[in-house]
Design a protein around this ligand. Sequence first.
Ligand code: BES
Ligand code: MN
Ligand code: MN
Length: 459
Amino acid sequence: MLDSVLVWIDKNRRAWLDDLKQWLSIASVSADPQHAADTAAAAEWAMYYLRGAGMQTKLLATPGHPSVLAVTPEGLYPPGAPHVLFYGHYDVQPPEPLDKWLSPPFSPAQRDGRLFARGASDDKGQVFCHMAALVAWKQIAMQIPVRLTVLLEGEEEIGSIHLRSVLEAEREALASASTVIISDSSQFAPGIPAITTGLRGLVYYQITLTGANQDLHSGVYGGAVANPANELCQLLGRLHDASGRVTIPHFYDNIIAVEEAVREQWEKLPFSESDFARGLGLEALRGEPGYSTLERRWCRPTVDINGLTSGYQGAGAKTVLPAVASAKVSMRLVPGQNPAEICANFEAFFRAACPPGVKLSLECLSASPAALTPSDSPAVRAAMAALEIGFGKSPVLMREGGSIPVVNWFKEILGIDSVLVGFGLPDDNLHAPNEKLDLDCLYGGIRTAAALYDKIAGN
Ligand code: BES
Ligand code: MN
Ligand code: MN
């Protein structure tokens, strides 16, 4: 039966593309309250599409953006088939800066075998692969091979703030699943599909230093009062030593080293540091001494300034001491690092180092640990077989540097392991202008998803 499903999937490429373009036209920017109605509309669109695969859908309201829950009703799956949970997100990152897009972010456009739009890869395009595969199974076989629960959230890009309570509230509907499937990552390279077995965690802070009760003339007052911008630069500058190592006390304590066999396997992956640098327009890479670029991205922790704001930003010179300076700082965590301890040490570091004459405020905006998922299990083997069917190549095992907070919660709250089977590519421009999905990835992704549910069912 899978063969007929794959044939039908291949025959309907044009229709898949048109359908996905509809969804991508909806500006489901979760961070922007102005797009709340669009975000709700994207959830509705997903429910409509899932109903086309015969699934029963329900909108789960939260104090923020809703989640979508869909289940296969009795009769849509073979009795006794395994229960599988699919997770994805329908929200997207803000598209700014708009002037850097070659076509508008919410007017999906095809160029050179690629589909350009915000969300094309992260994550609507990849979620769509699964929804299309379900439609194909229903159409050709009148059945989906597994008992399936689909959970789509609308707040992944803002830290999944209400998803924990959704998991707790829906525990009964979700907990009997034997595995979670997530397609929200990428392949290793074009023609090299992959299973991702680890993600970094994330701690994110907003730091604000406040000085005098207003901006001051930098000649009249300069030298006599603390300048929040100077002081913030000093503090941030102390986060790393000259070699780039993080200086926060205990930052590297308890990190679980990567097994030698895994490291050796990563070394065999076809990765060129110079091509990587060239692709980014860089003459040289820079990172922690003693580690390869893949290790630095996949299994070493970071502290990075993500935003830095203070003082006069307009044309020409304005002589002024800013009253306020602020920074946004992300820390990417690896297995063994505890987000609560990292937060405590980070805050203590700033409080101890903050000089008199400025007021320090620290706000933690998100905190989640790194995630490791099995690299060998029946579900992983099913995903590997499915990738081989979908893309015609056998997959490699890799990790990713990005974060998907819910992976830990599935394990912690429901006791379920995830399989990360991504269809995107490393150059998809996630969170950046001109996000895209290669059409080969779209079609290969639909084929893979169709095969995956069949393989998990043991066919
Ligand atoms: N899909 C990404 C994470 C990702 C990117 C995994 C590339 C694997 C490869 C996800 O949508 C994302 O952007 N996550 C945020 C998490 C945050 C907002 C809590 C991240 O990593 O910055
Ligand atoms: Mn994503
Ligand atoms: Mn993202």
